[in-house]
Design a protein around this ligand. Structure first.
Ligand SMILES: [Zn+2]
Length: 109
C-alpha cells in the first residue's frame, strides 16, 4: 500500500484471530530463526517453565508500527484460535485434519 502511495499514518490495519502465546509453544529452532533474521522481534518470545511461547500478534503489530502505522489504527483480535474450538480452525489443536480460514477486505464501489 505504501509503495502505491498510501501514507502509513492513514492506514488502518486489523490483525485477525490467530494462535496466542497461551497455546503457541515453540521450539528452540523457531527462536534461532528470529535470533538470526529478526532479533528485534525476540521480545515477543518468552520462556516460561522451560518452554518458549511466541506472540505472533505482537510481532505483526510491531512490524506495522515500525512501518509508521499509528497505534490507534491497528486493531488486534485477542481471541486465541487454539482455545476457541467451536469458532476457529487451529492447526495446533487439530493437526492436518483442520479447515482453513480466510479474511477478505475490499473497497466498496
Ligand atoms: Zn490459547
Amino acid at each position: 500500500m505504501i509503495k502505491l502511495g498510501a501514507k502509513a499514518g492513514n492506514i488502518i490495519a486489523a490483525l485477525g484471530p490467530c494462535i496466542k502465546p497461551c497455546c503457541f509453544e515453540v521450539k528452540e529452532d523457531f527462536v534461532a530463526e528470529f535470533e538470526q533474521n529478526a532479533p528485534e522481534l525476540l521480545r515477543f518470545i518468552k520462556k516460561e517453565n522451560g518452554a518458549y511461547r511466541a506472540d505472533i500478534s505482537g510481532m505483526n503489530k510491531a512490524i506495522l508500527l515500525d512501518m509508521g502505522l499509528l497505534e490507534n489504527n491497528i486493531f488486534v483480535c485477542e481471541e486465541c484460535t487454539c482455545h476457541s474450538g467451536e469458532k476457529y480452525f487451529s492447526h495446533r489443536r487439530q493437526g492436518n485434519s483442520r479447515g482453513t480460514m480466510m479474511s477478505v477486505i475490499g473497497i466498496k464501489k
